[in-house]
Design a protein around this ligand. Structure first.
Ligand SMILES: Cc1ncc(COP(=O)(O)O)c(C=O)c1O
Length: 374
């Protein structure tokens, strides 16, 4: 019997990388340094060199990376952070947790990334950071956003690159495009571990040192608590898993590009389906392959009947979620609201085969009544 199709095929990935991942895990079991063992620094140095950033700090999750970064820039209660309402809750959650105020601006209708042209109008004397999210694996308009921040005093740009590790922007790497970049190693991310993990990237020596201290309860040395921190370390075992996965990561990124392009070729001009636009100056890593569907509900139903898993990232704008509704004021976010009603993510991972992809496409064509036209 053939295995049911996976939304993200982690089983095939493990089968391909078994010897390298097993060996690395066994090494940790042998040396027994489960907290801040040698694999932590090894991973940090490997990821720093892959992104070109001077510093990488491995942390407990993508959420923790955002929290530690906001603490490191000194976010205080009442400070404002400009961000998008079309993201996973963690982006906004960490601002609110520190007493900050998320200031939402709408997204671009074709990429779902924050619309940089709307940011300047939202800057006030309390703005402390701009937090773009490189959604679905496509980097946001970082140069425009950095330029806006540079035009003011003391505004940091923190890229939420949870979905975009491995993506490029004008030839530069996501995570190393602004004051700080934060990524996630959640298992289904382009570079995932086998649990929770994340990383912070920066070229600022002071910020890097502060992040390192915050990660270990604000310690500069053992029991020297010079600032308030958190328990934000990434487990040595999870670092070993990511190191094992790096063995074929470049190949995986190429596969993602190729599969993404193939989806786009096969799904062009399907009635009721609109493809996300990828800007010519960047490579998307397709953390998930997301498109817009006018009648999402019926498409999902047909795909489910064909045994094809789908997902919605995200079904509701954060400004409509009870926890964050108070931060929207009178603003409306028409592109976000429309995208939340239409986005649909299809199976995507480096191990998705072309024949599986053909099945997804056939199901989609059948669902839209356009199979006969092909
Ligand atoms: C945009 C975005 N930000 C932050 C996070 C949080 O990452 P983690 O799950 O590793 O805490 C995620 C994870 O889903 C995400 O997609």
């Amino acid at each position: 019997m053939t295995e049911p199709m996976q939304f993200v095929d982690l089983k095939s990935q493990y089968a391909a990388l078994k010897s390298s991942i097993d060996e690395r895990i066994q090494r940790v079991l042998n040396h027994g340094h489960y907290i801040m063992g040698p694999e932590v620094a090894e991973l940090e140095s490997e990821l720093a060199s892959r992104t070109g950033a001077l510093h990488c700090i491995a942390v407990a999750s993508g959420t923790e990376a955002l929290l530690i970064s906001l603490m490191a820039i000194g976010l205080r209660p009442g400070d404002e952070v400009i961000t998008t309402p079309f993201t996973f809750a963690a982006t906004v959650e960490m601002i609110v947790l520190l007493g900050g105020k998320p200031v939402f601006v709408d997204i671009e209708s074709d990429t779902c990334n924050i619309d940089a042209s709307l940011i300047e109008a939202k800057i006030t004397g309390r703005t402390r950071a701009i937090m773009p999210v490189s959604l679905y694996g496509q980097v946001a308009n970082m140069d425009e956003i950095n330029a806006i921040a540079d035009g003011h005093d003391n505004i940091a740009v923190i890229e939420d690159a949870a979905q975009s590790f491995g993506a490029t922007y004008k030839g530069r790497k996501s995570c190393n495009l602004s004051t700080i970049g934060c990524t996630s190693f959640f298992p289904s991310k382009p570079l995932g571990c086998y649990g929770d993990g994340g990383a912070i990237f920066t070229n600022d020596h002071t910020l890097a040192q502060v992040c390192r201290e915050i990660r270990v309860h604000g310690q500069s040395g053992r029991y020297q608590h010079i600032r308030v921190g958190v328990g934000g370390r990434m487990d040595t075992l999870q670092c070993a898993v990511v190191l094992g996965k790096l063995e074929r990561f470049e190949w995986e990124i190429e596969q993602r590009h190729a599969l993404g392009e193939r989806y786009r070729r096969l799904l062009v001009d399907v009635p009721g389906v609109r493809l996300l636009v990828v800007r010519p100056d960047r490579d998307c890593v397709w953390a998930q392959f997301t498109l817009f569907a006018t009648d999402r509900g019926s498409l999902q139903r047909v795909l489910t009947q064909w045994g094809i898993p789908t997902a919605v990232h995200y079904p509701m704008s954060l400004h409509q979620q009870p926890a964050y509704a108070g931060y929207a004021g009178a603003d409306e976010f028409p592109h976000t609201v429309r995208s939340a009603a239409q986005v649909l993510s299809l199976p995507m991972s480096a191990d998705l085969t072309e024949s599986q992809q053909d099945t997804v496409v056939s199901a989609l064509l059948a669902a839209t009544g356009s199979a006969h036209r092909r």
